[in-house]
Design a protein around this ligand. Structure first.
Ligand SMILES: [Zn+2]
Ligand SMILES: [Zn+2]
Length: 73
């Protein structure tokens, strides 16, 4: 899924833990959410790959299905 910049609606690309707007270069920290229960996902890092795991019974969530929301703080 893609994330749109709240400032300019530009397309954002993920760079490690951060997302960067391609238009205004705003940097954001986003929290991955389960698309089923909308609860925060556990981030599993292994061998350079990142997996997202729902602890509420939805198991591994593929990166394409993850929902993103701005992290608190
Ligand atoms: Zn922007
Ligand atoms: Zn879930």
């Amino acid at each position: 899924m893609e994330y749109r910049c709240p400032e300019c609606q530009g397309e954002c690309t993920q760079q490690g833990e951060h997302w960067v707007c391609e238009k205004c270069h705003k940097t954001m920290v986003l929290q991955p959410l389960c698309p089923e229960c909308h609860k925060p996902l556990e981030v599993l890092k292994a061998c350079g790959a990142i997996d997202y795991f729902c602890q509420n019974g939805h198991g591994l969530i593929s990166k394409k299905r993850v929902e993103w929301q701005p992290a608190a703080g």
